[in-house]
Design a protein around this ligand. Sequence first.
Ligand code: ATP
Length: 441
Amino acid sequence: MEQKSTHATLDKIISLCKRKGFVFQTAEIYGGLNGVYDFGHLGFLLRENIKQAWKKSIENDLGEIYTLEGSLLGVHRMWEASGHVENFHDPMIDCKNCKKRFRADDDSMDINKCCPDCGIKNWTEVRNFNLMFKTEVGAVSDGSAYAYLRPETAQTIFINFKNMMTTNRAKLPFGVAQIGKSFRNEITPKQFLFRLREFEQMELEWFCKEETSMDMFNFWLEKRREFYKNIGLNMDKIRFHAHSKEELAHYSVCCTDIEYQFPFGFKELEGIAHRGTFDLTQHSKFSGKDLAVFDEETKTSSTPVVVETSVGVDRLFLTVLFDAYYEDEMDGETRVVLKLDPTIAPIKLAIFPLTKKLEEPAHNLFKEIRKSIPHIQFDVTGSIGKRYRRQDEIGTPFCITYDFESEVDKAVTIRDRDTGKQERVAIAEILSYLTQHNITK
Ligand code: ATP
């Protein structure tokens, strides 16, 4: 097998996602909505597997992890406390000629030059644009009932800090994890799933004592590196970018971005931040509720420090697709293959009868294996080669062919997606073969 370079471009990834039903432009039949997508069957399964892997990756020996599902709508005061009402904005500029809007600080933007869309230089002033979606709650529009769709999941964790600590009888250090939707009215959503207006985040807020907080920060940096390795990303394309003093948010003690090398450059995939006591202190101040913790040993109260890890499901989804996309040659044909790690592949296995005559016994085998591994496919259409190609494109790690010999030797041929290697395996041994190759539920 000849291994070619990946050739993964954004256009190829978008086309594959649409063709195979991973991702659809939302409301496509009505012309779409910029920066918002729907996920089809395979997309849903891939997202679920990514989330499962994330949940597993934050388990640790230092402290418990509790989970929260916070509301999407949040009150004005809470977003004032967090700083989002005042500071969560991007600089925006409009072209007065073609009315196109741009982010003034975009890498590809130079406001000293002409508009990249119409070629005329006639800019408005740069203005700040708040990225939160604002709405009114209830029937009275008197300004007192403003709410916002959350732009991050983290704040619902901070405002529930005391609830979570007391109801779970939690001891520091401990973490509160949340996977959920966030909304940002991005000025220019772009690069497909990279910058969206509606997206999902996986965030962990780790509450600890001040004196251990730098060790905790370093601990989480390593844990996150391990996660990307375990889901099979090419670690040569991952780099850690520690923020300089100038880059740091005013409340952050230190912050490191995990960046991935996309075809459009190294970009942030995940942020890991030592946020000091900023969040809990702010919410104490604005709500009037004391969020400090009393330490029985020292008989003193103090506000815990927060170490945050935050990654977008959609951005990671796009990353694993870029990372797994290859065009290579197999059996004299060029194929597109997603070399997804078996733990996150949406379909784990496909079963084919060699010919239609063997459909019944092959389908019986399919039904049997599906009891243990739910997400598998059965395919009788086209040549075996064509059926392999279909599975390669969606990243199915193994294909099983049931042939005439299977009736006699009670064995099947299992073919490996990445190497094309085929092995004869006894039907009774299929499940243990799959488990050995990381294929489980
Ligand atoms: P960026 O600089 O790329 O806008 P950010 O620093 O604003 O990102 P955070 O607020 O730290 O991002 O959000 C944490 C994570 O959430 C990001 O690392 C990214 O994976 C994801 N994320 C943030 N904004 C978006 C978006 N508009 N679309 C998709 N994912 C996003």
